[in-house]
Design a protein around this ligand. Structure first.
Ligand SMILES: Cc1ncc(COP(=O)(O)O)c(C=O)c1O
Length: 466
């Protein structure tokens, strides 16, 4: 298994070439490759070779590239960052260094870089002084944030869960019910508060729900506010929610996986994120990083230690130096952790925060441009524009069509648009209606790409309703 450094250079150079070739013709690639699951299985699965193929093993990478979904400027599905290439290159070095980012003594440079990056992020979104750590994504950050809330408000680490409730709007991301289930709070103890006509949590109903529960002797653990709902990009009113949460003694967790990083460019759209006790944000979404970098920020490191510290003797740090004694495993659920921070650190240093600010502003402009074009097309209907970069709309087709049929038309249309491979949209439900959804978290999107969305939808709409 020893590879000479000459061999490593050849392998790394071929992989870098492959990646560069992919990026070179990203704009022309079909977003969704035309291959069936069974064919792809035949191509890439098979038996694990008993004898190594050496550098011939690299040949199969062509197939992986060719049949990957292309993240070009017209990929506007879900909430997905576009994969900034300098960060991607840094990932190779991170793996070669193979640092285990547990504690300073195991990974001095990596710990320093991660702590720096976390404080840069906190500062950039107006949460100066917050601490935190990088995680696999927003779902993990939401889970960890709610674990902190549970330990702070209804301590369970020692003897298990003994009651308590979590509140969130009905528009909340699925990672919240999942976290509530995993933490043993139970989905039945998650109160889904109705949203208003702009998909934002109704604070009056939140207040009423907590008041009624408290009158019945129940404990409010946490309120989860969304700083960008996944479907429409609605931002819950943070200041009012914070006031209600504090008055009732509940923790405030902000799910900012989609939207919090937009505060770098347009803080007025988010309100004060610093009101949160804990906050998730996702550089692999709206900071364009390659997947696998989310972040949890929190105001009080002691609360993180209460939730996560369970140090065994085999990892105990032996110094009281505040820098060299630092251990992430005292403040986060993981022990072995990869060097996620390197890509983000390099990417921020390479481009500068202002480039990211500009890219986020461009996303917001592209969302406005799409909303305007949709509103001006008689065959399309704008359903929501939200505060962030998601636009929900639908094809109207025959004005006489009943609602159910219109949903079906739009569902087929979406499948046709995505299959054609020039534009990729996803879907949402808005007011009970099936919506086409474009979400701009993509540094490659151009004005022409925005026009392509409308052209593709009109083309597919005409074909589907024929
Ligand atoms: C609002 C919101 N919260 C949480 C998540 C989960 O983030 P991740 O996919 O990084 O786990 C998402 C993902 O789209 C999201 O939009």
């Amino acid at each position: 298994m020893n590879v000479s450094t000459a061999e490593f250079r050849r392998v790394a150079a071929r992989i870098a070439d492959l990646a560069a070739d992919y990026l070179d013709d990203l704009g022309q690639r079909p977003i969704v490759p035309a291959i069936s699951g069974a064919e792809l299985d035949r191509l890439l699965s098979g038996k694990c070779p008993e004898d190594g193929l050496g550098e011939r093993a690299l040949e199969a990478l062509e197939g992986v590239v060719q049949h990957s979904r292309a993240q070009n400027g017209r990929f506007l599905g879900y909430v997905l960052g576009s994969g900034e290439p300098v960060a991607a290159a840094a990932d190779l070095l991170a793996s070669a260094l193979n640092q285990n980012v547990t504690a300073w003594r195991s990974a001095p440079a990596a710990i320093t870089v991660e702590r720096a990056v976390v404080s840069w992020l906190a500062q950039a979104i107006g949460c100066e002084g917050f601490r935190g750590s990088l995680m696999g994504g927003g779902s993990m950050a939401n889970l960890a944030g709610l674990a902190m809330a549970r330990e702070a408000k209804a301590a369970a680490n020692a003897s298990g869960y003994r009651g308590g409730l979590v509140y969130a709007s009905e528009e909340v991301h699925m990672s919240i019910p999942k976290a509530v289930a995993l933490l043993g709070i139970g989905r039945d103890h998650l109160r889904l508060v109705p949203a208003d006509s702009r998909q934002r949590m109704r604070v009056d109903l939140l207040d009423r729900a907590i008041s009624e529960d408290r009158a019945a002797g129940l404990v409010p653990i946490a309120v989860v506010a969304s700083a960008g709902t996944v479907a429409t990009g609605a931002v819950d009113p943070l200041a009012e929610i914070s006031e209600v949460a504090r008055r009732h003694g509940a923790w405030l967790h902000v799910d900012g996986a989609y939207g919090a990083l937009a505060a770098i460019a347009a803080p007025e759209r988010l309100g004060s994120l610093a009101l949160a006790d804990s906050l998730s944000l996702d550089p692999h979404k709206w900071l364009y990083q390659p997947v696998d970098v989310g972040c949890l920020l929190y105001r009080d490191a002691e609360a993180a230690r209460r939730a996560f510290s369970a140090t065994g003797d085999y990892v105990r740090t032996t110094t009281s130096d505040p820098v060299e004694g630092f251990a992430f495993f005292e403040e986060s659920p993981e022990l072995s952790r990869r060097f996620r921070a390197l890509k983000l650190w390099l990417s921020l240093r390479y481009h500068g925060l202002s480039a990211f600010r500009e890219a986020i502003r461009a996303d917001l402009r592209h969302a406005d441009a799409l909303a305007e074009r949709v509103a001006s097309e008689p065959k399309l209907e704008l359903l929501t524009r939200g505060e962030l970069s998601a636009v929900c709309f639908r094809y109207l087709g025959d004005p006489e069509l009943p609602q159910g049929d219109r949903d079906a038309v739009n569902e087929s249309l979406l499948a046709a648009v995505d299959r054609a491979g020039r534009v990729y949209l996803s879907n949402a439900r808005v007011g009970g209606r099936f919506a086409l959804r474009a979400c701009f978290t993509n540094h490659r999107t151009s004005d022409r790409d925005v026009d392509a969305v409308v052209d593709e939808v009109l083309r597919a709409g005409a074909a589907v309703s024929r």
